[in-house]
Design a protein around this ligand. Structure first.
Ligand code: NAD
Ligand code: USQ
Length: 400
């Protein structure tokens, strides 16, 4: 049995992860300041699937699964609070999910950008200091993101690559070229985590996770155990948004030509991978990077999968190519190494098409809730004042 502290336990991934780890016999505690609930309200939206408050979640989980979860309400920016919880729980593993996770939210304006980077970078620094001072032997599983790397014209390795430059060789961090100020906050975190391992000897697994989708995990055995499901412009991720759009007859909102490609992972597999990382810790002083995804798809390919799944249940869905509100490459090479988790036993649970069928059925029950917030669907946040086509931005003397 491991003693695990989850930072961000009330979130989309945090809550089902907590239930899973507790149900397989780990001692689980968690922290959250409910920022996600507030931030989604602030953009005029709500979770499509109703969610219980934390007290009720814990109570129903205990009734259904016979296990306890301990909860501390508070902000990891409050160092005294974080340090007190660490002293009380003395975790062997800390899983850090407690960040502002939306790229569009971080790009709304200066205050949203400052909030995102302050919350994420300072929060993570507090975690690193609390570990150094209180639990230096603990293993930190830190959620980063595949978007840290951007879309380079090279295969993306797991964190590091061997470079030859002017006749000398070294193994160095792979360059990061993130596409939003949120993704950039994760790059800063990764640099701080690497520093904490190199200089303080902490032990960290930094997970570069693809975009997560899905409504279900094994432990969601009761409607009051559901995890949140957002579909608004900021907090809904693309597959989740497409599914919510499909059930209310809204055209699927592909940005640009839809040829941009990303790595995706089912919620159930995200939890499987985080469990594997937790149960196979990095060693002292090791900074380990895992790329965590099931498959790479183009945004248009996903729209077609969702439209096909919707058709099977009698929903006629159209796909719209909207002007892209983001500054991102639409035509690009994308190939990602993701062997570390497979070598530790990770196997994708099911095909994406099976999950889409489940998601659409789940969401049909909450159609009315999505309709009530449909104004939050279309993108309003633009990366630039006007939409520009992206040109490679090479330093002088370098050609694409
Ligand atoms: P989420 O917003 O649902 O979960 C984060 C939780 O942390 C929320 O409940 C929030 O209230 C809490 N939180 C934020 N700041 C906090 C603070 N200062 N103190 C205490 N609690 C705080 O997001 P999620 O989708 O579950 O993502 C979890 C992590 O995984 C994030 O770090 C995100 O960047 C990363 N990630 C998510 C995805 C995805 O597609 N969902 C993909 C890759 C990486
Ligand atoms: N997109 C559309 N239509 C939409 C929404 C998005 O075409 O309606 C496109 C975007 O332009 C982008 C891609 O889909 O090219 C992915 O967008 P997203 O909103 O699903 O994901 P992203 O902004 O990258 O962020 C999400 C999570 C974030 C996590 C990241 C993993 O919100 O927390 O870090 O996925 S990754 O993308 O691998 O970096």
């Amino acid at each position: 049995m491991n003693n695990i502290l989850i930072l961000g336990i009330d979130g989309y991934i945090g809550w089902p992860l907590a239930m899973h780890l507790a149900s397989i016999g780990h001692r689980v505690s968690g922290i959250d300041n409910f920022a996600r609930r507030r931030n989604v309200r602030s953009v005029g939206s709500a979770s499509a699937i109703p969610i219980a408050d934390m007290d009720e979640r814990i109570e129903v989980f205990k009734r259904q699964h016979g296990k306890n979860i301990t909860f501390y309400e508070g902000d990891i920016l409050d160092y005294e609070f974080l340090a007190d919880v660490m002293k009380k729980e003395h975790p062997r593993t800390i899983i850090h999910l407690a960040e502002q996770p939306s790229a569009p939210f971080s790009m709304i304006d200066r205050p949203h950008a400052v909030y995102t980077q302050h919350n994420n970078v300072e929060g993570t620094l507090n975690v690193l200091y609390a570990m150094k001072e209180i639990v230096p032997e603990a293993h930190l599983v830190k959620l980063g993101t595949m978007g840290e790397y951007g879309t380079p014209n090279l295969e993306i390795p797991e964190g590091f690559f061997e470079v030859e430059y002017k006749g000398r060789r070294d193994v160095l961090p792979f360059p990061r070229q993130p596409g939003s100020l949120y993704h950039l906050s994760k790059v800063h975190d990764s640099a701080n985590c690497l520093f904490a391992c190199r200089v303080w000897g902490l032990c960290i697994t930094d997970i570069m996770q693809g975009v997560v989708y899905g409504t279900r995990t094994r432990e969601i055995t009761h409607e009051r155990l559901a995890t949140r499901f957002d579909f608004d412009e900021s907090f809904g991720t693309v597959i989740n948004r497409y599914c919510a759009q499909a059930v209310i007859g809204h055209s699927l909102t592909s940005y640009g030509r839809g040829t941009q490609r990303r790595g995706f992972i089912d919620l159930v597999d995200s939890i499987q991978c985080l469990t594997i990382a937790t149960e196979n810790p990095a060693s002292k002083g090791q900074y380990r990077v895992f790329n965590q995804l099931d498959e790479v798809y183009s945004i248009m390919q996903l729209a077609r999968y969702v439209a096909d799944a919707a058709k099977k249940i009698g929903l006629d869905v159209k796909i719209d190519c909207l002007p892209n509100p983001r500054v991102e490459k639409e035509e690009h090479y994308y190939s990602v190494q993701h062997e570390h988790l497979k070598n530790l036993g990770f196997k994708p649970t099911r095909k994406i098409t099976e999950t889409l069928d489940i998601m659409l059925k789940d969401l049909l029950q909450y159609r009315q809730r999505i309709i009530e917030k449909r104004d939050a669907i279309l993108p309003k946040t633009r990366w630039m004042g006007e939409i520009v086509s992206v040109q490679p931005n090479m330093p002088t003397g370098v050609t694409a």
